[in-house]
Write a protein that binds this ligand. Sequence first.
Ligand code: IMP
Length: 467
Amino acid sequence: MVYGKSFIGIGAQYGDEGKIKIFDQVIQDAKVWARFNGGPNAGHNLKVGDIHIVTHGVPSGFTRESVLGYIGSGTVVNPEKLNVEIADIVAHGFNLENRLFISGNASLIQPHHTLLDGLKGKEIGTTGNGIGPAYADQAQRQLGRRLKNIRMGDYLANPTECFVHVRANLEEVVQKHKLSKVNTHILTKRFDEETKRLEKYLCEDPFFLENIIEQGENVFFEGANAIMLDVVQGIVPYVTSSRTIAAAAYTGGDLSLRYHHKTIAVAKAIMSRVGNGPFVSEFGSERSEDYCKAGGGYKNTKEAESELYDSCELLKSDDPLHIGIALRMLGGEYGATTKRPRRIGMLDLVMLRQNCRLNAVDELYLNKVDCLRQFADSSLPGIPLVMGYELDGQCIEYMPSTEGKLRRVMPVVEYLPPFTQDISKARRREELPGEVLEFIRVVEEYVGTPIFGIGVGAEREEYVALK
Ligand code: IMP
């Protein structure tokens, strides 16, 4: 019997690397696209012709008719948000019935989780979706006789009893934080209705993916968030609350690692991050972090920035904070989920090398290579690359894992020759200018992972395969 294989795709930086555009190009023959971590904090932009859909929880492969979607036990599900998303996908003409499967072991994001995240998530700069509190309750399991963690399967097997637990969990938070305006009755009733609406997608078969593989079909694990946001190996505490590294596919994805074939990772040639925390290669360092903070008092929305600033002027400034603002405006770097301005930084090869090594990345893809052209019009001497770290006067070859040390790291920056051409029309390696090929060579050599393709524009087809 010829078995199928499993593949993993992950983000190699801080999220928002444009993963789906690449997955869509290179994952041609998977029968199932499966999610193994996270929940509605992820925002995946899908473009099919004129259609633009932002998905959060539904695996992105549904645009191909024969592809099934699986939401694994390592994810957390907000029933109301998932139903809204499903309705949007259906309204765009895609059928999900008998094509979407949700593990009964996936934990539900209950109303009190979202409330708590809104109250407590600001220091980290979470997306406010209740992700952290949901995973915290998963670990807590139950308090006395009250269930804190309620999974899809639990709720649908016994809605009457689970409803009581959901309400008690919510009432506890409402009383503790004196949230007199919260209508617990409406929230729990809606939660109940929305969870029941998902029943037709419930999958309680632990061999669901194994059976697909045994039929000779492939499974693709679509990572959400990104390596640097991993709850253990990311920049703690400025991380999400799930495991985001490649190996997590085989804990949260409900398939054994027996069929693993390869791991692909996506990075951006100009990096970004949303939320707070150290970001070694950030233009404008902590001033930029402060400027981009939600509710920090700055006019930093997409609309405000385009009204206030001339990006071409800012690009010529000697102040790195201004260069970061200009690159955000020119690259449209504003959050898909939260609309927040993304903090912008140089491509950090120390970090990329570490992430590719620790996740055994077989193929690397680089998005936004076309945006490097902006450096030709900037005050910088060329395309900046972080090619070393200095900590307290010593060279180090890895990312320190504590906040204090990370904030003291000085990036060692080298510059490659800039290019002026618009490369968005290039589709083959031969159509790329020498400076771009040199950039690719330097990155590949430093990171030690082959670059299989580059994104040269926002559109699906604006892509150059290199291998
Ligand atoms: P949470 O996942 O909502 O708890 O947010 C924790 C941190 O992870 C915050 O800095 C978020 O901005 C960040 N984060 C979570 N998901 C994503 C993502 O898909 N892309 C980028 N950042 C994310």
